[in-house]
Design a protein around this ligand. Structure first.
Ligand code: AMP
Ligand code: ZN
Length: 134
């Protein structure tokens, strides 16, 4: 695999990391950033991202295995801080076109604060007519 660029100038999340686009930051350290989703799907909707540009879960390598664990652990910590740990919450990663990923920079959605729908794997028959790689 070609070496990953650390940042991608065209990437909206890289621009948030660089401070060029404002965000409501919930957590930051040297390798990750957590901020509120601009179009929340639940009362609490935080995105947790690696600072380096990784396109999607498909694009991580063995090298990022531990980083993935720390991103998930951060969701756990944020859930506690935001008082949704006891009521329950969801952590989701959309991957690629059919996975519903719109922003091509790996991110974990932390959703909670209300009972979430159980319809986790709903799919759109209409969208299936569009090629996954289109
Ligand atoms: P996904 O569909 O998994 O790629 O999710 C991308 C998410 O990024 C969506 O929930 C968007 O609302 C969110 N988003 C896009 N632009 C911004 C932004 N500038 N600040 C915060 N969230 C954003
Ligand atoms: Zn990026």
């Amino acid at each position: 695999m070609a070496a990953k660029k650390k940042t991608n100038q065209d990437c909206i999340f890289c621009q948030i990391v660089a401070g060029k686009i404002p965000a409501s930051v919930r957590f930051e350290d040297e390798e990750m950033l957590a901020f509120d989703d601009i179009n929340p799907h639940a009362p609490i909707h935080v995105l947790v991202i690696p600072k380096k540009h990784i396109e999607s879960l498909t694009h991580i390598t063995k090298q990022e295995e531990a980083l993935m664990g720390r991103l998930i652990y951060r969701c756990r910590e944020l859930a506690r801080e935001l008082n949704i740990a006891d009521s329950g919450y969801r952590v989701t990663i959309n991957v690629g076109r059919w996975g519903g990923q719109i922003v091509p920079h790996l991110h974990l959605h932390l959703l909670g604060g209300a009972p979430l729908t159980e319809r986790l794997g709903m799919y759109s028959e209409a969208k299936m007519t569009i090629g996954a790689r289109e």
